[in-house]
Design a protein around this ligand. Structure first.
Ligand code: 8X3
Length: 244
């Protein structure tokens, strides 16, 4: 049975990816900080739950120590905090975005790469964002982190050439999930709901999980370098169809 580790698995794209990979027959370790949510997901899907903060080096090392072999690592944990201009940057939020999106992904890759190589055909899927490919006003803390995550992903592909590991980037645009915008706006439900209001068909978490599962299931000589996925109603971060 193929094995997978999915970070940020307690909600949204991560949880949808766990469900999808379980349905596709993977043995899945679902990683997140919130154990209660992971327990519910484990009861539903049969995945293993691993309570872990990807900013905690010791905890990531412990996971690596019990993972001698791994087929698929999905680095999905991440997120945005705030939407303020650079001149008013909340540097604590910027630090958090850097720690989770960039350092967390680097930490997981560094720890689990030997296990991916040991599988003989490992796949790393880094879930970045269209924010890693373009910038928008107010988004610099997040877009800078996602650009960095993307740069790291492309660098990895160069550095691992010749090793049995494929490096995939999945970059979603607008995805209506339970928590992404809520977290960005510090729990302001009204502001979070306004992000998706009137948009005829934002992506849902399952759409992105579908991309991840598809990219990871190509034959072993096929590397999907980059998959950018947006709703039909979105042409760019700020160019979106809204029906009143
Ligand atoms: C989410 C997409 O446009 O909010 O990663 O940055 S956006």
């Amino acid at each position: 049975m193929r094995s997978a580790v999915v970070t940020g698995a307690s909600t949204g794209i991560g949880a949808a990816t766990v469900r999808r990979l379980r349905a596709d027959g993977y043995d899945v370790v679902a990683v997140a900080r919130r154990g209660d949510r992971l327990d519910t997901l484990a009861a539903e899907t049969g995945c293993s739950a691993r309570v872990l903060d990807i900013t905690d080096q010791a905890a990531v090392d412990e996971l690596a120590a019990v993972t001698p072999r791994l087929d698929l690592l999905v680095n999905n944990a991440g997120g945005a905090r705030g939407l303020e201009p650079v001149a008013q940057a909340d540097l604590d939020s910027w630090q958090w975005m850097w720690d989770v999106n960039v350092m967390g992904t680097a930490r997981m890759v560094r720890a689990l790469l030997p296990a991916l190589v040991a599988s003989g055909d490992g796949v790393i899927v880094n879930v970045t964002s269209t924010a890693g490919h373009a910038v928008y006003e107010g988004g610099a803390g997040y877009t800078a982190a996602k650009h960095a995550e993307r740069a790291m992903t492309e660098t990895l592909r160069l550095e691992l050439l010749g090793d049995p590991v494929r490096i995939v980037e999945v970059a979603p645009g607008m995805v209506a999930t339970e928590e992404f915008s809520l977290r960005r706006f510090g729990g302001d439900a009204e502001r979070a709901a306004a992000v998706y209001r009137g948009v005829p068909g934002p992506l849902v978490a399952e759409d992105v999980a579908d991309c991840i599962a598809w990219a990871a299931s190509r034959p072993s000589h096929v590397n999907i370098d980059l998959l950018v996925v947006k709703p039909r109603a979105q042409a760019a971060a700020h160019k979106i169809v809204r029906e009143s």
